[in-house]
Design a protein around this ligand. Structure first.
Ligand SMILES: CC(C)(COP(=O)(O)OP(=O)(O)OC[C@H]1O[C@@H](n2cnc3c(N)ncnc32)[C@H](O)[C@@H]1OP(=O)(O)O)[C@@H](O)C(=O)NCCC(=O)NCCS
Length: 221
């Protein structure tokens, strides 16, 4: 499923829209995503046709075990469509838990805080609109920006995923990450009788800060 649309206002004033994608956007998406620089740390092993992207879109609309968004940069404060620059979502949802992923296919925008902001919005949605208990994720160790953006919003490293991928002529080991809903009753439910490891206590502080940030920067449209 696509999630309900949201407007995320970044600290520098840019407005990012998280909203469903539409069929007419798929030819451009296939063109923009079909570059090695964008895909080398993704499970996507080759260029995508518009038909493949269209199939993906149809699955997204109907799959009840996923929630996702197209990510777009708004041109003005009343723009609700914007220019599509990527996608974000959580898949394989069972027992209030799923695995998150993201791609921004306009790499001129990398390093400007968009992933951190949309991850915060996604966590906020997961807590307020979806009752998630936890979100798993993973990233190649070489994908420094990805790991940093996830940790920034409260994901904690749980282990190493050896020989996860291959990029730029090298085997990539991966980092396994987990975000636990920091809201007290959910946090207590998740950890049950066990004491949360120290790194998760730090992760929880970052998760609460991210939710706090989102509460003033994210609006459901
Ligand atoms: C991974 C990705 C989503 C990161 O998005 P982004 O908008 O550039 O991330 P942010 O700007 O929020 O950056 C997060 C942090 O990483 C840092 N960072 C970003 N790219 C970096 C890089 N190449 N090297 C070092 N640090 C980097 C930022 O400075 C920021 O640091 P801070 O928390 O100390 O401020 C984006 O690069 C992307 O779409 N890549 C292609 C697809 C992909 O790899 N997806 C993830 C699969 S696991």
């Amino acid at each position: 499923m696509f999630g309900f649309p949201m407007r995320v206002t970044l600290d520098d004033g840019r407005i990012v829209l998280m909203r469903p994608m539409v069929e007419a956007e798929m030819p451009k998406v296939s063109q923009q995503i079909s570059r090695y620089e964008i895909c080398k740390h993704l499970s996507l092993n080759g260029a995508q046709s518009s038909e493949q992207e269209l199939e993906w879109l149809k699955r997204k609309y109907t799959d009840p075990s996923s929630v996702g968004w197209g990510v777009a940069l708004a041109e003005s404060s009343d723009d609700v469509n914007g220019r599509l620059i990527g996608s974000s979502g959580i898949e394989g949802i069972t027992n209030h838990r799923g695995e998150s992923g993201v791609v921004l296919w306009d790499n001129r925008l990398w390093g400007s805080g968009i992933a951190t902001a949309i991850h915060s919005a996604r966590c906020w949605y997961a807590v307020n609109c979806h009752h998630f208990v936890a979100i798993d994720s993973g990233a190649d160790q070489a994908n420094v920006g990805s790991i940093r953006a996830l940790k920034r919003v409260g994901y904690t490293q749980t282990g190493v995923d050896y020989n996860r991928g291959y990029a730029n002529g090298k085997i990539c080991h991966g980092v396994k990450l987990l975000w636990v809903n920091p809201v007290e009753h959910v946090w207590n439910y998740f950890w049950a009788d066990s004491k949360p490891p120290k790194q998760f206590i730090e992760g929880r502080k970052r998760a609460l800060a991210a939710l706090d940030w989102a509460s003033t920067h994210v609006v459901l449209l």
